[in-house]
Structures are given as structure tokens and as C-alpha cells.
Design a protein around this ligand. Structure first.
Ligand code: ATP
Ligand code: MG
Length: 320
């Protein structure tokens, strides 16, 4: 059964996630190539170890680059650290103003607080970059190749992280406002307040998008092996706790039964895990992607892989 519903025009953001090495980049790139036949598509990576360029076998950078040999497909490897630096540079004045007016910190302390690295904030900015790009509405589909599980989860839990951060600043600001109001009787909001309000709106927007099943879908990718199945379980559960419902799962690297002792044994072992996956995630649609004799890299191999992933094309079953 191929992946379903990805061509619904309301569905804008499609994320592929799972354990390390299970085929997330391969699936994201293939889906991107396939969807670009009908939609202007942007393939994005939030994985700090970017591999879209390796997978497509062409250079992609941190600016949207048109993919060669695929009309309507562009790709972008988000540099989260750079995004954070840009954000800080853009809002330096506002953040420092909040710290300056609301705390007893002197200039030197403010500088050191400002340059503190807040864990997870770079990923937050990575996601904010996706939102900013989506706001321009240039593309019909945004396909995200996420980093292995831990990172992907942090990415999705970021609205909460960003919310905490904004709340902390807002609390400081509120004390300041209260003081001004007490002494002067009135308080006129300034650009620092606008900044906090905008950040709050961004958090809400991201949260709403991630939970909106018609606009956003997270597709889990796994392989029929014990550790991968266990990690997939935890991933799907954690996503559920954050209100992100996984509906489809790709089981990659599946061997077809062949007339050789080794293949039969491996196949039997894989069957065990495939049924375990289907039992455990009974409400999930599963898409089988077969193990290919060669690595799935470059436009031709990815397009062929897309046939089975997106169309369930049995012709492509060329497993060893
Ligand atoms: N069905 C398949 N048959 C053969 N090779 C495959 C298949 N799927 C993926 N590969 C190959 O396996 C390797 C790992 O795949 P990929 O990079 O997509 O995994 P990943 O989950 O993105 O890894 P990482 O967690 O490191 O980002 C790649 O070399 C890819 O070409
Ligand atoms: Mg990858």
C-alpha cells in the first residue's frame, strides 16, 4: 500500500521522522520528487548533519536551491545555528531592552545573558525558519527530512520551549509595566512588547499547524528490526502526547522472499517484526518499501523508489 493523501491540496507540511539510518532522507527526497510533478515543492532538512545534497547528488545550501532534473522542486538545508544568530541580531535591541528595564542586571551581565546559548533554541529557530518560509506561501508542499528521533522530537516540542522562553521574558516585562503604571498611572506598550506579542503569536501558529491533521502530517519511517520498532513505538507515543497524530508508517528495507537460505531466514525474521508493527500500531496505515540492491541515491534511483513509496508500483520490487 503506497503512502496516501499526500496530494491533498490542503496538506502543506509533511515531515518524515524516525530512528537513525532507517531511510528518512530517502523517503523525504523521493516524496519530494514525486509531489513536485503536481505541486511546487520545497524539500527541507532540519538535520544538522545535512544529507539532502548527498541523497540528491547535487549541492544544496542554506538558501532554497532549484533541484536539477526535477521541475518544480527546490531544496534547502536549514542551518539552525545561523537562524538563531539571525534571530538574535534582528531582535537584539528588544531582548536587551526587556532585560535592561526589568532586571537589575548591568550592561555586562545583559551581554552575557544575551550571548548565553539556551538549549534547544537553535532548533526552535530552525522551525521558525520553516514557518517564515511557509508564510510566503510560495510552495504548495513543504517536505521536511528531520534528524533522528531525539532531534525530531525536540523540533516538535519546540512550541512549548519557545513558549516558556517568551513567558519568562513576559514575566520580567510585566513586573516592569506594573512598576511604571504604579508610578506614572499609565503605560504605553513599546517595541519590546510588540516583540513578545509577535513571538507568542508565532508559538500559537506553530502549535496549531502541527496539530492540524489536514495541513500537517508526520510520517514515521522504520525498518523491520527490534530496536527500530521499539524506538518507533516511543516516537509515535511521544508525538501523540504533543498532539501530533501519526497516521502512516513506512517500513523500509523489507526483503522479498527469495529462493535462497539466507534470504528466507532474513525474510522470516522481518515478517515477525512486520506483524509485530501491525499488531502494535493497528490503526496505522503501513507502506512497505523494499530493500534495493543498490543504495537509493541520485535522481533516477529516488524517482524509481518514489514509484513504490507513492504509487505502490510492484514493478519496482527489485529486492535482492
Ligand atoms: N530501500 C532501500 N534499499 C536500499 N538502500 C536504501 C533503502 N533505503 C535507504 N537506503 C540507503 O540507506 C542509507 C540510509 O538512508 P537515509 O540516509 O535515507 O537514512 P536516514 O534515516 O535519513 O539516516 P540518518 O538518520 O543518518 O539521517 C542511504 O545510503 C540510502 O541510500
Ligand atoms: Mg537523513
Amino acid at each position: 500500500m503506497p503512502l496516501m493523501g499526500l496530494r491533498e491540496s490542503a496538506l502543506k507540511l509533511i515531515l518524515f521522522g524516525g530512528k537513525g539510518g532507517v531511510g528518512k532522507t530517502t523517503c523525504a527526497a523521493s516524496a519530494g520528487i514525486s509531489l513536485a510533478e503536481d505541486f511546487k515543492t520545497l524539500l527541507l532538512s532540519t538535520d544538522p548533519a545535512h544529507s539532502i545534497s548527498d541523497s540528491l547528488e547535487q549541492p544544496i545550501g542554506d538558501a532554497a536551491t532549484e533541484v536539477k532534473d526535477a521541475r518544480n522542486l527546490s531544496a534547502l538545508e536549514i542551518d539552525a545555528e545561523k537562524a538563531l544568530a539571525r534571530f538574535k541580531a534582528e531582535y537584539e535591541e528588544e531582548i536587551k531592552k526587556i532585560l535592561d528595564t526589568s532586571t537589575n542586571l548591568d550592561q555586562e551581565d545583559i551581554e552575557s545573558v544575551f550571548s548565553l546559548s539556551i538549549p534547544g533554541l537553535d532548533e526552535v529557530m530552525g522551525f521558525k525558519t520553516i514557518m517564515d518560509i511557509m508564510d510566503h506561501g510560495e510552495y504548495g508542499k513543504y517536505i521536511v527530512d528531520t534528524a533522528p528521533t531525539g532531534h525530531a522530537l525536540r523540533l516538535l516540542t519546540m512550541p512549548r520551549l519557545l513558549d516558556d522562553w517568551v513567558k519568562m521574558l513576559a514575566k520580567l516585562r510585566w513586573k516592569y509595566r506594573y512598576m511604571i503604571k504604579t508610578f506614572s498611572g499609565k503605560y504605553a506598550p513599546d517595541e519590546a512588547d510588540d516583540f513578545l506579542l509577535n513571538m507568542k503569536k508565532t508559538v500559537k501558529k506553530i502549535e496549531e499547524l502541527l496539530k492540524d491533521q489536514s495541513r500537517c502530517e508526520f510520517i514515521a519511517v522504520t525498518i523491520p528490526e527490534d530496536m527500530a520498532v521499539q524506538e518507533t513505538s516511543r516516537l509515535i507515543q511521544s508525538l501523540g502526547e504533543y498532539g501530533v497524530k501519526v497516521k502512516q508508517l513506512v517500513i523500509n528495507n523489507v526483503l522479498e522472499p527469495r529462493d535462497c537460505g539466507f534470504c528466507r531466514e532474513r525474510h522470516k525474521e522481518q515478517e515477525k517484526y512486520i506483524s509485530r508493527i501491525r499488531n502494535r500500531f493497528g490503526n496505522l496505515r503501513t507502506t512497505i518499501a523494499f530493500l534495493q540492491p543498490l543504495e537509493v541515491k541520485g535522481m533516477n534511483a529516488l524517482s524509481a523508489f518514489a514509484l513504490q513509496l507513492m504509487h505502490g508500483d510492484p514493478v519496482n520490487r527489485m529486492a535482492v
